[in-house]
Design a protein around this ligand. Structure first.
Ligand SMILES: Cc1cc2nc3c(=O)[nH]c(=O)nc-3n(C[C@H](O)[C@H](O)[C@H](O)COP(=O)(O)OP(=O)(O)OC[C@H]3O[C@@H](n4cnc5c(N)ncnc54)[C@H](O)[C@@H]3O)c2cc1C
Length: 636
């Protein structure tokens, strides 16, 4: 039977609607355990149900204490579980805090007003509910460089090992065993949370019997045999003399590998810590209460002890809850900083002009850092990439709904490379740069320019083929892993609902510019290898007028200008409540994450990172929150 194009369109629309309805039903009609009114007192109050808060709350709930999790956002939307739609959550009034930086002096040239937009999750699951799902463990030297007792590479390796086990075949902590790679497994799990698993001493001791509980964080490795573009990336890395492993390695030597994404393999859905930790704990423990749409505004004090919180409920009424033991701030770098300063913990030059009584003089808000990405478009002749036409094919919807597979079950991130340099003594340097292979040929100009605040004209000079929905290509992302620029977050009003001033001082340190250029050069070199030539790969150098008419890899002036024009946030703000040794004047929290000089208060989120790890930080934060829960349980 032959259908006219109108009939074909109707069949397509009907099939798509049915499948979308089925996705909605699958995710939405589930029982939840949220409360409407909290009790007067809890043992612990966890502020923020994001990546760290979900882990912390679930672990503490297993200790029989009474826990309140208070979250400013609501439940995440059903479509947030579909990995490929992650970017759509950015810019949403309901699910994104929509922070903006102040105009940047040395960066953000392609952005309106030189202002970077900083999406951060405002919902249960936090930024982990809208992120790009990359799993990374960092490198050993990251943790040793922190010089914080109890957080060295040895301890962090154990914490990260404890998170990660294979679901099938040989069950071993993967970071300890890079050699298992050839097993061909594609799924792992991590972070045992419920009591039965909790009792096991480690994954490896339980190796023969360990089964991933449904509550475990799951990881999916992108399979190079099914992804020609990833295969080309790995082959190109090898051809350029880099080591290639199919797995993340616990090493400082750098390597190219397939990305491991926090996606559950069977249903093909996002696996945030809401899914892995909080959701099962809410089902399992009646001593865990979760209150949503309630924004914490201040801490409540008795002398130098924090005894509770003040918050605005869903109807805008001011309310209070007491904490018998501790308040745990997991509101993410920006809001945790704001709550601390608003409550009188911060530097005098921030608090005094606002007449906020000083409770503890600490450098809260300083040391702000973020990873920057420089995305370059690489055009291809071969049909090996994802694009909008391929993604919207009814087969993709069917494949996703029935098998949990296909384009919708991916984040588009396929390959990762950690780069090192050869030092004068012939040994490799510590990792300095990262390349990410983002398989996406067509990029929607309206979505991208609005979520990243990019000027339309600049965008078209950067991604000239963006109007074609069937374009073949990918985005090669270059990242300087250890930027030296440091900025700040400061409140500018005593009103807790006013957003703070955010100034990351991007590229204020010239090291960051050269480090980004070195990373770009390594990336572009890959395209001259046989594997990429066979796909017809050609990098598109953006033609920004500010950068002159001579584009290309040999023009240092052009590359410097490119970095200052086109660097965008990688969404990893950190460091503003940094942890450190008790004698370190830059430290806001001690090695057990207690706020110095204050009783009853800890910070457990990205703000305590003294320096960003060599990669996206989400999984590192999961390991840190698990450790923090151990400190808390052991103390009380
Ligand atoms: C778009 C995007 C892509 C990313 N991609 C990756 C990636 O691929 N891999 C990776 O490793 N990392 C990625 N990251 C970074 C990673 O997700 C974050 O570093 C991590 O989620 C931060 O965890 P957190 O616990 O510090 O804060 P969050 O997860 O942001 O949680 C903070 C929570 O606190 C709540 N909150 C804030 N203020 C209040 C208040 N006053 N009262 C009550 N609740 C409050 C927030 O609504 C939020 O739910 C990405 C981040 C973003 C935004």
């Amino acid at each position: 039977m032959k259908l006219s194009w109108k009939q074909g369109l109707s069949v397509w629309a009907a099939t798509t609607s049915c499948l979308l309805l089925a996705v909605w039903l699958r995710y939405y009609l589930t029982d939840n355990g949220f409360i409407k009114e909290p009790n007067q007192t809890y043992d612990y109050i966890v502020v923020g149900a994001g990546t760290s808060g979900c882990v912390l709350a679930a672990k503490l709930a297993a200790s029989d204490s009474k826990i309140l999790v208070i979250e400013a956002g609501g439940e995440p939307p059903w479509y947030s579980w579909i990995p490929i739609v992650a970017p759509i959550l950015q810019g949403s009034e309901q699910y994104d805090w929509r922070f903006r930086t102040v105009p940047q002096k040395f960066a953000a040239g392609a952005l309106h007003g030189n202002q970077a937009f900083w999406p951060q999750g405002k919902m249960v699951g936090g930024s982990g509910q809208m992120n790009f799902l990359i799993h990374a463990t960092g490198s050993p030297s990251d943790y040793d460089s922190w010089k914080v007792p109890g957080w060295d590479s040895h301890t962090m390796k154990k914490a990260l090992d404890r998170l990660t086990c294979w679901t099938k075949g040989i069950v071993k902590p993967f970071v300890a065993r890079p050699s298992f790679l050839l097993d061909g497994e594609s799924e792992m799990c991590s972070a045992p949370v419920l009591a039965d698993i909790e009792n096991s001493t480690s994954c490896s001791e339980n190796a023969q019997h360990f089964q991933c509980p449904s509550a475990a964080v799951k990881l999916q490795r992108v399979n190079a045999t099914e992804k020609p573009l990833l295969k080309a990336f790995l082959d190109a890395g090898r051809a350029c003399g880099h080591s290639v492993s199919e797995m993340d390695r616990w090493s400082d030597t750098g390597s190219f590998m397939a990305s491991h994404n926090t996606i559950e393999g069977k249903a093909g859905q996002r696996w945030s810590t809401y899914q892995s930790h909080l959701m099962p704990a809410m089902k399992h423990y009646s001593n865990l209460h979760v209150l949503t749409k309630s924004s914490v505004t201040k801490l409540v004090w008795r002398r130098n002890k924090v005894i509770g919180i003040q918050y605005l409920d869903a109807d805008g009424r001011i309310k209070h809850v007491k904490a018998g033991k501790e308040v745990l701030l997991s509101a993410g770098t920006i809001k945790t900083t704001q709550i601390l300063q608003q409550s009188g913990i911060g530097p005098p030059h921030v608090l005094e002009p606002l007449d906020i009584p000083m409770k503890a003089e600490l450098p809260v808000g300083e040391n702000l850092q973020d990873h920057l990405q420089i995305p370059l478009f690489v055009e291809l002749n071969a049909s090996v990439s994802l694009n909008i036409v391929k993604m919207l094919h009814p087969r993709q919807f069917w494949n996703y709904m029935v098998h949990g597979k296909g384009a919708l079950a991916t984040s588009g991130i396929e390959g990762i490379a950690t780069l090192t340099k050869k030092r004068e003594d012939g040994k490799p340097s510590k990792p300095y740069g990262m390349l990410i292979l983002f398989n996406m040929g067509s990029i929607n100009a309206d979505v991208y320019t609005s979520v990243a605040n990019i000027k339309k004209e600049a965008f078209h000079r950067w991604f000239p083929k963006s109007s074609s929905l069937s374009q073949e290509g990918f985005v090669l992302i270059s990242i300087c892993l250890h930027p030296r620029s440091r900025g700040h977050i400061r409140i500018t009003s005593p009103d807790p609902m006013q957003p703070p001033e955010i100034d990351p001082a991007y590229l204020s340190n010239d090291y960051d510019v050269q480090c980004s250029i070195d990373t770009i050069k390594e990336g572009v070199e890959l395209l001259n290898t046989d594997s990429f030539r066979a796909l017809g790969a050609r990098v598109h150098w953006p033609t920004f007028p500010e950068c002159g008419s001579k584009q290309g890899i040999d023009n240092q002036r052009y590359l410097e200008c490119l970095v200052r024009m086109a660097a965008l946030t990688m969404y990893h703000p950190a460091g503003t409540a940094t942890m450190g040794h008790k004698d370190n004047p830059d430290a806001v929290v001690d090695p057990e994450l207690r706020v110095r000089g204050v009783n009853g208060l800890r910070v457990v989120d990205a703000s305590v990172l003294p320096r960003l790890p060599s990669g996206p930080p989400n999984s590192v934060l999961v390991a840190m929150a698990e450790r923090a829960a151990d400190f808390i349980i052991n103390k009380h």
